[in-house]
Design a protein around this ligand. Sequence first.
Ligand code: 5GP
Ligand code: ZN
Length: 113
Amino acid sequence: MTTECLFCRIAAGEAPADVLFEDRDVVAFHDIRPVAPTHVLVIPRKHITSLATSEPDDREILGKVMLGVHRTAHLLDLVEPGFRTIVNSGRGAGQTVFHLHVHVMSGRAWTWP
Ligand code: 5GP
Ligand code: ZN
């Protein structure tokens, strides 16, 4: 546990968050500054800084985070409208919280790229 990490504190219940669900390995909560009508963050309880620092031993937890995205999509009925997932890795890509998180966003139009 990295106690100075905001998302570790949320995962531990030491910082407030609007939690959608949690299990042994994963926590999903609503983003405090949503950029879409639905904007959820799915995180591992384990402190992993980003995809760039994840390791082969993290394969199981990374899979569980992705299944957390699946669970989020079904819980919030996002399958039919569709949803966008983003993982920012590194400051240059827009990462501001250095605990791995998957953004799950829905309810608005998107452009690509
Ligand atoms: P990043 O920019 O690192 O990809 O995404 C970090 C996200 O965390 C941002 O969308 C930001 O709004 C969200 N965030 C930052 N602080 C908090 C907080 O204290 N609570 C919640 N629920 N979300 C936060
Ligand atoms: Zn952390």
